[in-house]
Design a protein. Structure first.
Length: 287
């Protein structure tokens, strides 16, 4: 006897349809991992993002169904599925993906690591001094894979050490050592894993742009462009004055070199002639 087919869950179907509707409506869709995010911080994030970002969460399978249902109308939206990690949710917005990431990232705060948590990135203990006096702590550091020694009566860490790699579970002894060292490797906040826009998936590695470094590179590029334009004689609003000054200085130097008398250099030419005459006089030992 064939067992009866399970009836589709109307509530799940309705949620999947709601997600599919939002996917169709919004041009920018972000996948986030809310694992280890306390309820209080989640509510604060929801409040602070209201009006800019809509955040929706449900079971991973329902999100996948909604994305699958949307792939014919939303180019390559299914590429977002591999980035539904941990406790996934979706962000819906009209903001630029990089601006979205920046908004979310600025709202994060650091927190100590707890045993059993997953490392969001490689956790590194840096080389340098510690406040610890010599004792059992050296052995504990060694068990954690941290090279340590003694210098000036204090325990020092001899080299940078990766104690937990990205994606690995943090062990109790590692969590304890990190806490004693005052290292807070965890972040409380929404963890964007990827953002979809017009068929393109931007991972968090691409989105994590250092603003200071970015603007510094733009400034360096601008200076380099101006220097190149001046060097090759390309006139622009920014280079015209500098090129006139450069031409004047080069003309003045040439006039001095060939002793060409002109208003701008006559004082320098006479001074040069006087110095040369004095040199001749001294060489000839004339009174």
């Amino acid at each position: 006897m064939t067992p009866p087919k399970a009836k589709p869950n109307k509530e799940k179907i309705a949620v999947a349809k709601e997600f599919a509707k939002l996917i169709a409506e919004y041009p920018i869709i972000g996948a986030i991992n809310m694992e280890n995010l306390p309820t209080k911080q989640l509510q604060q994030m929801r409040t602070s993002l209201r009006g800019t970002v809509l955040m929706k969460m449900t079971k991973r399978r329902i999100v996948q169904i909604a994305i699958e249902q949307s792939k014919d109308s939303k180019k390559d939206i299914e590429k977002l599925i591999p980035y539904l990690k941990g406790m996934p949710a979706l962000l819906f917005t009209r903001e630029n993906p990089f601006k979205l990431y920046n908004i979310i990232n600025k709202k994060k705060s650091t927190a100590p690591a707890k045993a059993g948590q997953t490392a969001p990135r490689d956790i590194v203990v840096k080389e340098g001094p510690t406040p610890f006096a010599p004792g059992p702590i050296i052995g504990e550091l060694g068990q954690a894979g941290i090279k340590a020694g003694i210098d000036g009566g204090k325990v020092v860490i001899k080299a940078d050490s990766v104690v937990v790699k990205e994606g690995e579970v943090i062990k109790p002894n590692i969590a304890a050592i990190l806490s004693r060292l005052g290292i807070e490797p965890m972040e409380i906040g929404l963890d964007i894993t990827a953002v979809y826009e017009n068929g393109t998936i931007y991972t968090k590695e691409v989105l994590a742009v250092d603003e200071k470094e970015y603007f510094a590179k733009i400034a360096d590029a601008a200076v380099s462009c101006i220097n190149l334009a001046v060097e090759v004689g390309f006139l622009t609003a920014e280079t015209t004055e500098m090129m006139i000054v450069k031409a004047f200085n080069e003309s003045k130097a040439l006039a001095l070199e060939v002793n060409f008398m002109a208003d701008a250099v006559k004082g320098d030419v006479l001074a040069k002639a006087e110095r040369e005459a004095a040199a001749v006089k001294a060489e000839a030992k004339l009174e």
